[in-house]
Design a protein. Sequence first.
Length: 335
Amino acid sequence: MKIFITGVAGFLGSHLADRMISLGHSVVGVDNLAGGSIDNVDDKVEFYNVDCNDIDSMREHMKNCDVVFHAACTAHDGLSVFSPWYITNNTFQNTMSVVSAAIHNKVKRFVYCSSMSRYGEQEVLPFHEEMTCNPRVPYAIAKFAAEQVIQQLMPLNGIEYNIVVPHNIIGPRQKYDDPYRNVAGIMINRILQGKQPIIYGDGNQKRCFSFIDDVIYCLERIVLQEDVVGEIINIGPDEEFVTINELAKTISELMDWPFEPIYVPDRPLEVKYATCLADKARKLVGYETKTTLRAGLTKMIEDIKGKGSREFDYDLVNIEINNESTPSTWTERIF
């Protein structure tokens, strides 16, 4: 099959491309390299350095593709409160461009990579696919809105679709010089620079973290498996529900670093407790957590150490709203 992957130079997209190629499929990939790296792209990928918002390019490069996997977006949950135009333009609007191009090219299947932020703040844990979503920040709202469009337009045009909801993926190739997202990567990078981890609020926020290898084999089936159609599927572990304090302590231990984190005020509208039930993924695509959090972090640390620490790139995104609510870690660039 011919697979079209957006965000192919990014963390998730590049790993999926590698897997599709290893299975004998051909891959066409696009990426504007805002959050990805050309070093992540296999030579066998037919690569185009274009932005997903360029609908003419999407139509052209998607020709004769069987499946579209849309992973490209600026996945900055917390930052979207302060850069809503940029984040939603590269989350909702770019999805509309890719959706339109997919319909134009009459692809067989469209797979959309959503986010657990779709669930927002809930009274019931863990989050399951049938619950009513309550997205809190612009990024989450944009992700959920795009899902709703996909659910309407794809069946109308005879295209199969699936929506995957991975959460907090970690592993090699994840961008770690972005000061606005990827908490584990930020902490590892800071420690390599001889600095303590920064923790927002009291650090008792709780999350589950997914190692990339445990996600990819599920995505493979969601992309290719004929009997999985029209589904929304959480992908990720529901066994290790840890606080950010515990995450930072584990990373410090693995890097033989004294655990003396720096606490700063909460980020506005951050969800306190977020974890997803994986039962549907277990049933439909054979999900199994094969990598513990500690093992996954060990592999991620080795990867980042091999590349070396990097200065944080504050110019990745322009902060549109700068006031007393904006985290000082961003405005004063204290990373």
